[in-house]
Design a protein around this ligand. Structure first.
Ligand code: ADP
Ligand code: G6P
Length: 489
């Protein structure tokens, strides 16, 4: 009866996400080079291997000319990627505007932007129109490449309108949607002018997934309170049609990190770093330079720790690696200056002629250097104000089997639910508490560190990206099969 549920390795998947796993850089009229994109969504999806997957998404550049589009399409095909070309105006209104200035902050409890609240509704409406138009363009490309038997897996807040567009093309298509951010309390979601349309569109999917049970519960509450639909333990019901809603906590490809530590190049980096920071405890932050990551709060907590613990001043160093992101959005530009100002002040206050307490890099690190940094770190500081999951915390744990360092983790990151027992959990808004947790981590006994690390390492190595994807896709298959069985009775 379940013949159409294929073994995973033969299951054909169309993965649709705004961001492709590779971003394109133009080298000439018809030549392109491809670089791995940054961010949790890409990291997780790169860890998914056992499917026959094709990726559909935006290559991150404006390509107005046909020659460029053809050449890029060809280059991307080698990576099993299919581009959606978005022009500059759409990118501005859809990606910078509606996605990253409205939905992203709202879903992370930072509220709607003031300007849009006060201004005429024109800008909000035109951004939402561009959002819908962009989603329709993604749907057109999916429809063009869809073959019977494909499972279509849509990702993230950029594509909430996509499930509806796809079902309008073909109601038989198996459509899943997964959100990589928190889904906020229904009281937050209800402030969004387009709240109803977005919820209805997501409900067109057969399966809707979130990182945690809480986010799934918030979504179901939004559907019951805002749309007046019925929430059941299975999901949301609308006139006899069930949309299955569930939690699927994401993971990483932990073996990739563990194996990397054995590579000679990584071992050399490790040796260099150990020499460079000999006699000092290394604290590490790795984040996209984003408001939700709580970077200013982290720096202020570190400053407080140095203020209160003069004996540690020349014995700790904080390495903060912050890759710039969404640099056309004004909020992100403001954050960059704010972070630079705080780093400058703290280094001015506590630096000496030979050493500074904070090394701040505004850039991405290549994979081997990142693994080496994770491996030599004594304390990782993840202080997100809100975070869907936070895979940096997982990556750190995967690289710490020798050192057994301490993870200080925000209780507002999804990861607090999986790594909470091994980490020191903190409220990132409470600078005093975070400063105290640094002291606690520095003074923690080796036994205690070992015990905490064991817990986290076991979780990170058993809850992988591959397992996450298999569970989601298998559930998506079952959901559709059940729906078909019901209608055929
Ligand atoms: P988000 O999805 O919000 O970016 P995550 O912590 O889930 O947050 O994932 C971030 C991913 O991006 C991780 O895989 C991390 O290694 C990578 N990353 C973040 N900052 C940097 C950086 N400065 N250099 C290299 N990789 C980075
Ligand atoms: C988060 C989002 C992803 C996004 C990533 C990087 O992880 O959930 O959808 O791809 O940030 O952001 P960017 O805007 O550069 O794609």
């Amino acid at each position: 009866e379940r013949q159409d549920v294929r073994p995973y390795n033969r299951q054909r998947l169309l993965v649709v996400a705004n961001r492709l796993p590779v971003s394109a850089v133009r080298r000439g009229e018809d030549s392109w080079s491809l670089e791995i994109s940054a961010g949790g969504l890409v990291t997780a999806l790169l860890g998914v291997k056992e499917f026959e997957a094709k990726w559909i998404g935006w290559a991150g550049v404006n390509v107005p000319d046909e020659v460029g589009q053809k050449a890029l399409t060809k280059a991307l095909a080698e990576k099993r990627c299919i581009p959606v070309f978005l022009d500059e105006d759409i990118v501005h209104q859809y990606y910078n505007g509606y996605c990253n200035n409205i939905l992203w902050p709202l879903f992370h409890y930072l509220g709607l932007p003031q300007e849009d609240r006060l201004a005429t509704t024109r800008s909000f409406q035109s951004q939402f129109a561009a959002y819908k138009k962009a989603n329709q363009m993604f749907a057109d490309v999916v429809n063009e490449h869809y073959e019977e038997g494909d499972v279509v897996w849509c990702h993230d807040y950029h594509l909430m309108f996509l499930p509806k567009c796809l079902k309008e093309y073909n109601s038989e298509m198996k459509v899943g949607w997964f959100l990589h951010t928190p889904f906020p309390s229904s009281e937050i979601h209800r402030t969004l002018p387009s709240r109803t349309e977005l919820l209805r569109s997501v409900l067109a999917a057969d399966l809707v997934g979130f990182h945690t049970y809480d986010y799934a519960r918030h979504f179901v509450s939004a559907c019951t309170r805002i749309l007046g639909l019925e929430g059941t333990p299975e999901g949301v019901e609308d006139q006899g049609r069930l949309t299955r809603v569930a939690a699927f906590p994401i993971g990483i490809d932990s073996l990739r990190f563990i194996r990397a530590l054995e590579v000679r190049e990584v071992q050399e980096h490790i040796k260099d770093l150990k020499e460079r920071f000999a006699g000092r405890k290394v604290m590490l932050g790795v984040d996209r330079l984003d408001m939700i990551k709580g970077i200013p709060q982290k720096l202020l907590a570190f400053e407080k720790f140095l203020e209160e613990n003069p004996q540690w001043r020349d014995k700790v160093v904080l390495l903060q690696i912050a890759v710039p992101t969404r640099t056309d959005v004004p909020e992100y530009q403001k954050l960059t200056s704010q972070v630079h100002e705080i780093v400058g002040r703290i280094n001015g206050r506590f630096g000496t002629l030979t050493a500074v307490p904070i090394h701040h890099l505004d850039r991405s690190l290549d994979f081997y250097k990142l693994c080496a940094l994770y491996a030599v770190t004594d304390i990782a500081l993840v202080t997100s104000l809100r975070d869907g999951m936070n895979l940096v915390s997982y990556e750190f744990v995967a690289c710490q089997d020798a050192k057994k360092g301490v993870l200080i983790l925000s209780e507002f990151a999804g990861a607090a639910q999986s790594l909470g027992a091994g980490a020191i959990l903190v409220n990132p808004w409470n600078i005093t508490e975070v400063a105290a947790s640094i002291g606690q981590a520095l003074n923690m006994s080796a036994d205690e560190r070992e015990k905490r690390h064991r817990h986290n390492f076991l979780h990170v190595t058993t809850h992988t990206a591959q397992e996450w994807a298999e569970t989601f896709v298998s559930e998506l298959n079952d959901t559709v099969v059940e729906a078909q069985l019901r209608t055929s009775k």
